[in-house]
Design a protein around this ligand. Structure first.
Ligand code: TYD
Ligand code: MG
Length: 457
């Protein structure tokens, strides 16, 4: 640890990077002006919390065959969407971080999880440092009847909280939020990097030591003095981010890190008057409200973890008024759009450099999948020619620099989703078509290069 003379060090508020001197830009996460001065946590003091022993720590090494896993180690949250993101349920003794912008619905989601768990005979302790018991009750009234062993504490002192946990002995604990919690032995203010870090450390000891699953809420902070949830990403087992437009009712829960399951998984929820409900068919939601007879709109199928998701790719190509053509990409990689435009110019003869191009994924999804290339290119050409693409057509495929259409993974799953959602035609890479002969429920058109695909309409 880099210690300054006066026992102060600088931390990056974004990622927790530690430095002996102030820096304008964080070398780790590249954030600007994110360094704050905080007292050093003395090693002696932070060990005071080490009284909880993690089972198996300090014992002799064991053979892997001797470690037993019990079936009950995973519990369902009552939300299929959340279970999948977590990797089929909550793992006993794990530490889960739920991050997201303030007001996105983290507290609501976790309160609903608590309710479901209490209904399935689990003991749950909800610790709120942000709301009073009355406020929690008001929220609870909105989401419906709660029975069972669900306990609430309004407290921010972690030493007291660890006492409550030992008294109640719950199966699941919710800490809402980590930025409001503090430990007495650490001198800096709640929400500072050292408090957030050391508090998480203590919670980790409790989770592993007592076999309790702990959910930690972390607000994503744009600016200000509060440390962001990235500071503790490396300490927890699972990192989930709750995303979405606050003005829209749809919310996406995304696993960024998961020691017990796959990342890339998403869960889709809708915020309603009575709390969050699951959206089990997100494809329907993503392509609802499609414009009729409009050029520049193409439906494609992306994969989010194990799940196919239909998306509407929109493009607008308009003659440029200035010397330099403008390009904008929403939800897709900006550089990828530039590459696709260059391919259309060089390989297909469209004078794209004289046109502004705007690409957008409807519904606010962010997608970095090469399988969307062909749909983006088709949307651009459709807008350029001002000619509509058949609304019953689904398009996917990766495009290489010489304009060739390359095969993508899980093509049959994507086609199955297209069939499920009532599409009549699917344009896909020829390489994928070969393995899908015999599919009669949808018309499949295999293409080898972009020109061939453009020739279809
Ligand atoms: P909240 O869970 O308090 O957000 P966070 O904990 O992430 O800061 O969510 C608050 C928003 O959700 C608030 O704007 C009101 C809305 N909401 C509903 O629309 N329906 C509901 O049933 C509840 C409880 C909240
Ligand atoms: Mg909250």
């Amino acid at each position: 640890m880099a210690k300054a003379k006066n026992n102060l060090v600088f931390f990056c508020k974004e990622c927790g990077y530690e430095s002996g001197k102030w820096m304008g830009q964080c070398p780790a996460c590249k954030a600007w002006n994110s360094f704050v001065e905080e007292p050093v946590v003395s090693d002696k003091k932070s060990q005071a919390a080490d009284k909880i022993r993690i089972p198996g720590r300090g014992a002799a090494p064991v053979r892997i065959s001797e470690i037993s896993i019990e079936d009950q180690d995973r519990t369902t949250t009552g939300f299929g969407e959340l279970d999948r993101v977590l990797g089929s349920g909550i793992v006993k003794g794990s530490l889960v971080l739920v991050g997201g912008d303030p007001g996105i619905g983290k507290s609501t989601l976790l309160l609903q999880v608590c309710r479901n768990l209490a209904h399935s005979a689990k003991k749950v302790l909800y610790i709120s440092g942000e709301e009073s018991l009355k406020q929690i009750k008001m929220r609870a009234n909105r989401i419906g009847q709660i029975d069972g062993e669900l306990y609430f504490v309004s407290e921010t002192n972690l030493d007291m909280i660890s006492g409550s946990i030992e008294d109640v002995k719950p199966d699941v604990v919710i800490i809402d939020s980590i930025q409001t919690m503090y430990r007495e032995d650490i001198t800096s203010a709640p929400g500072s990097v050292s408090q957030v870090r050391e508090s998480t450390n203590l919670l980790m000891q409790i989770a592993k030591g007592l076999g309790i699953t702990i959910f930690i809420v972390g607000h994503v902070t744009k600016e200000g003095v509060v440390a962001g949830p990235r500071v503790l990403e490396h300490m927890v087992d699972t990192v989930l981010y709750f995303e979405g437009d606050r003005n829209d009712t749809y919310r996406i829960l995304r696993a960024v890190k998961n020691r017990f399951g796959s990342t890339n998984e998403i869960g889709v929820f809708e915020m309603q008057e009575k709390g969050l409900i699951e959206v089990t068919n997100p494809s329907e939601m993503m392509i609802s409200g499609r414009p009729k007879n409009a050029s520049g709109a193409v439906v494609s199928c992306a994969l989010e973890g194990t799940r196919p998701l239909l998306l509407e790719v929109q493009a607008l190509v308009a003659e440029t008024n200035f010397g330099m053509a403008r390009r904008t990409a929403n939800g897709v990689d900006f550089n990828r759009i530039n590459i696709l435009l260059a391919i259309l110019e060089k390989r297909c003869g469209y004078a794209m450099s004289r046109y502004d191009a705007y690409v957008n994924i409807a519904g606010g999804m962010k997608m970095n999948e090469p399988a969307l290339d062909l749909a983006v290119a088709m949307a651009l050409v459709s807008s350029y020619k001002n000619r509509e693409v058949d609304p019953g057509m689904l398009i996917f495929g990766e495009i290489g620099l010489s304009g060739e259409v390359r095969g993508v993974s899980q093509a049959s799953q994507r086609v199955a989703e297209a069939i499920k959602m009532g599409f009549t035609t699917c344009v896909l890479p020829k390489a994928n078509l070969e393995k899908m002969k015999g599919e009669s429920r949808i018309k499949l058109i295999g293409v080898e290069n972009v020109r061939e695909a453009i020739g279809l309409f």
